[in-house]
Design a binder for this molecule. Structure first.
Ligand code: F0G
Length: 448
């Protein structure tokens, strides 16, 4: 069975290699600067780039645009409660808006935040509060070749060592990112979620789940965690999220919408009130928070669709198909494939390039030159201060591309690998002050 058919298409035009060469030079070898019309297959992100259902479009026409007391907000709040178990939400324009609302409320200068791995916006919000983000991945998470079911897990052992060092009072927040986007989209088990909840409780910290890919994570739990094989994705998602005190949600992922987000809370105590006030200040009144009524209406429907079979099983299977197509063509990838993306191991693909020459970004540029494929580097260029591998993420927008696109991407990546030592490294020409976010706007040039 298939979960959907296409009823509307977006036509794209072909570009020549010369066009792409010129576009890339104009873009300062940073694919965030490319015009989408110049891109054939856009795997830059799975965030807000998916295809909505006709039920979502229909809901948009009924959006209630009232400033206060919008019925569309009530629909979204009801969906957040039914699907994710959070009785209270503070709406935000997208995930990072929710991060600003929540982290600004709970963090003070000098604090430390523990996370299985911070995504770039999370890291930047922690840093913006003069706090220190510390990643606590499990052993083997950085190894692209070990095959383990839950490489996204949080290492409580590592976290305890940090707490021993800085003191529990300096750690007001513990975050679990599901799935773990900066760790190759790997899932987190329920068993690990329970351990992290107990650890947070032990040090009296607020336990936050970054839930933006909660449905994909629940699918992996169903497929891989003993004892969950007979449970529905919906039931697993609710259980996993029930262990957290709060969530930050970007609707642009498993909310199946183009924009939107919220902070979710189980109770309406002090933290709720603090978030509500920050929400009003930064996002908008508590019944819209940066979204229009129609955005909230579509989000409410999308959240429910995300846990309805066979949607998410099909979605993750498509990502696996891309991984298989790449492996068949000997393109080295991080194993196993993630829930929303496949990550190419650029250090293995372009071993002649030293890390200072950004092999990941060089691979990204080459994918575009070769086949008009836009990917994103999530290695040393995106995360300057870490020793992570130089991975290139191919993120699949939800319900958008078909098998022909995937074959084109795999053929293009194989062609880049074949070019091998012809691929030149890059150096940074200019970068913003906030280096946590440099991959969005830095400019590069080929190394002479
Ligand atoms: N947390 C995680 C784990 C994310 O992957 C993202 C966004 C955010 C928070 C912020 O949400 O974009 O709605 O403000 N990830 C996108 C990506 C941008 O391409 O992976 P946002």
């Amino acid at each position: 069975m298939r979960s959907h058919t296409a009823t509307m298409v977006d036509r794209i035009e072909d570009t020549s290699r010369a066009d792409r060469e010129a576009a890339l030079a104009d873009a300062g070898h940073n694919v965030f600067e490319l015009a989408s019309d110049d891109v054939a297959v856009d795997l830059l992100t799975d965030s807000g780039t998916g295809t909505m259902s006709n039920d979502q479009w229909a809901a948009m026409l009924q959006g209630d645009e009232a400033y206060a007391g919008s019925a569309s907000f009530d629909d979204l709040a009801a969906a957040a409660e039914d699907v994710m178990g959070f009785q209270h939400i503070i709406p935000a324009h997208q995930g990072r808006g929710a991060e600003n609302v929540l982290y600004g409320a709970v963090l003070s200068a000098g604090d430390t935040v523990l996370n299985n791995a911070h995504f770039d916006t999370t890291r930047a919000h922690v840093a913006a509060n003069d706090a220190t983000p510390v990643d606590c991945p499990v052993d083997g998470a950085r190894d692209p070749d070990t095959d383990a079911p839950f490489k996204g897990n949080f290492s409580v052992e590592r976290a305890r060592r940090v707490v021993d060092d800085v003191g529990a009072d300096a750690v007001p927040v513990v975050v679990l990112t599901i799935t773990n986007n900066s760790m190759a989209g790997q899932p987190v088990s329920i068993e690990n979620t329970r351990e992290v909840a107990a650890f947070a409780d032990d040090i009296d910290a607020t336990f936050v789940i970054d839930a933006c890919r909660f449905a994909e994570n629940a699918h992996f739990v169903q497929q891989r965690e003993p004892g969950y094989e007979h449970d529905s994705v919906a039931a697993i998602a609710r259980e996993q999220l029930s262990y957290a005190d709060a969530c930050v949600m970007s609707g642009k992922k498993d909310g199946l919408v183009n924009v939107g987000g919220f902070v979710g809370l189980h109770d309406d105590g002090r933290l709720h009130e603090q978030c509500r006030q920050r929400g009003i200040l930064y996002e908008g009144f508590s019944t819209y928070g940066g979204m229009s009524g129609r955005d909230m209406a579509a989000f409410a429907v999308g959240l429910r669709e995300a846990v309805e079979p066979p949607y998410v099983a099909e979605r993750v299977a498509q990502v696996q198909r891309l991984a298989d197509a790449l492996t068949d063509r000997d393109v080295p990838i991080y194993q196993p494939a993630g829930g929303h993306a496949v990550y190419i191991d650029a250090n293995a693909a372009l071993p002649h390039l030293p890390r200072e020459q950004f092999p990941g970004q060089a691979f990204v540029c080459e994918l575009y030159r070769e086949g008009g494929v836009r990917a994103v580097e999530l290695g040393r260029f995106a995360f300057p201060d870490t020793d992570r591998r130089d991975l290139v993420r191919l993120a699949l927008p939800r319900r958008t591309y078909g098998p022909d696109h995937l074959d084109h991407v795999a053929d293009t990546a194989a062609a880049v690998c074949e070019r091998g030592t012809d691929v030149t490294g890059l150096e940074i020409v200019s970068e913003p002050e906030l280096t946590e976010l440099r991959h969005f706007s830095a400019a590069l040039q080929p190394v002479a």
